[in-house]
Each structure stands twice: as C-alpha cells, then as structure tokens.
Design a protein around this ligand. Structure first.
Ligand code: PGA
Length: 254
C-alpha cells in the first residue's frame, strides 16, 4: 500500500490566539481547492488549539490538528502540563514529541519520549516522534547509529499494529531553523535506516509508517525530499508560519 504524503506544520512558540486563528483561516483559503491527496496537519501552541479547531470545523478546512507536547499521566497535580485526553477533547489527532528543542532546552530524555509515545498510541493520538543528530555527531560520521539508537529507545514496546499509529520525523539538528538543509540523499540515508529499524521492531507494518524529513524544508526543496523512496513528507517549522509558502509545499508534494 503506498504511503500518503504528510506535510505537518510545527508553529513552535509563535502566533497568539488571534494570529493563530488568522493563519489557520489563510491556510484554509489557500487550500480551498483541496490537497491533491496530501495529508496536512498543523501543530499550533496549546492556547491556539481550540481556535484553530474552530476554523477547521467551520471552514471545513482540509487539514488536521496536532499539539506540540503532552504529559503521560492521566490527570492530577502536574502544574503546567497537558494530558492526552485534554488534547483529544479539542480535536487533536497528532502530537509532536521528542523535538530536539524539547530535548536540548527542557531535558526531555528518550525515556520521557517513550512514555509520551505509549500514552498517545494507547489513546489513538498519533505521535510525530522527532529524532536527529547534532552537527558534532554528523561530523563524526555517527548520525545513522545515533538516530537508530533514538528510535530503538523511543519506540520500545509501542503497541503498533497499523501504519497510521506512528509518524517519525528525522530532523538533523544542524538543519533546524538555520537555512542549512540536508540533501535529499542525506535524508534518504537516515529515513531508510529508520524504516529498517522499525521493520525489526514492528515487522511489515513499518512499510506503512510515514517517515518525514524536517529542517529548513521550504517550497524550493520539498519536491526533492518527497521524491525519495523512504521520505514520506516533511515537518515544517518556519515555512509553516506563512500560509502561502506552506500551501505551496503541499501542492509541490502531490
Ligand atoms: P524549520 O523547523 O523548518 O524552521 O527548520 C523544523 C522543525 O524544527 O520542526
């Protein structure tokens, strides 16, 4: 079964409530003629989720909703945290976890990522699980080894039996927000190694799991990435904040 291309926008800590609703409306307009079979998801900050969900509902917009983080406990005294069921209650069907910014600035470990992934999969929210190497690791030629070990730790014991239960995003840290992109061949090398690892862990269902590239993906380079055998779309930061650019990436991925 061919994998459906997925273009996901990671708004990071950008756009207040009103700005988020505006951006979602602009994107709905840009994509009013449909997405040509490409699946599209936006991941706004928590406070924008309900507003963007409203736009999706009322404009019948052709994109889904994801969050940028989750906590694995069900409820209780965890000040500042947001549970899976809370995300579900505002219409999230995806959630980014393990982003390098969370790992580097907020100390998120592979063990945390694994707990978040389990919690999401068990609640039918699809994790967009990020992995990727630093420049130092890349220069030492250890990028494949590094990413494979992240995937093994982060995905250990996940109850996966369908391809739509998990998305992986390979994001080399040196390419995030820097304007520096990996080549399509660099992305394919690691995305293929990720798929081989998923096949060892989960069997044939790995061929249905989407593996995305992320890191300065933009309208000018997206087609090259999605043309690769094991790259099934992109996780887009900066370019997802401009509706016209993000919509162009969707069109160029079709
Ligand atoms: P970027 O971010 O597209 O701005 O490089 C990608 C990401 O961090 O998800």
């Amino acid at each position: 079964m061919p994998r459906t291309i997925l273009i996901a926008g990671n708004w990071k800590m950008n756009k207040n409530y009103g700005e988020g609703v505006d951006l979602a409306q602009q994107l709905a307009n840009e994509l009013a003629d449909g997405t040509n079979g490409v699946e599209v998801v936006v991941c706004p900050p928590f406070v924008d989720l309900k507003g963007v969900a409203g736009v999706i509902e009322f404009d019948d917009a052709p994109f889904g909703l994801g969050a940028q983080n989750v906590y694995w406990e069900k409820a209780g005294a965890y000040t500042g945290e947001t549970s899976r069921d809370m995300l579900d209650s505002v219409g999230c069907t995806y959630c980014i976890i393990g982003h390098s910014e969370r790992r580097d600035y907020f100390g998120e470990t592979d063990d945390d990522v694994n707990k978040k992934a389990k919690c999401l999969v068990e609640g039918n929210i699809t994790p967009i699980l990020c992995c990727g190497e630093s420049l130092e690791v890349r220069k030492a030629g250890k990028h494949v080894e590094h990413v494979v070990s992240q995937i093994k730790a982060d995905c250990a014991g996940l109850p996966i039996d369908r391809g739509d239960q998990l998305v992986i995003a390979y994001e080399p840290i040196w390419a995030i927000g820097t304007g520096e992109t990996a080549t399509a061949d660099d992305a394919e090398e690691v995305c293929k190694a990720i798929r081989d690892t998923l096949r060892d862990m989960f069997g044939a269902v790995a061929d249905e799991i989407r593996v995305l590239y992320g890191g300065s993906a933009k309208p000018g380079n997206i087609a090259g990435f999605v043309a690769e055998d094991d790259v099934d779309g992109a996780l887009v930061g900066g370019a997802s904040l401009v509706a016209g650019d993000f919509a162009e990436m969707v069109r160029k991925s079709a």
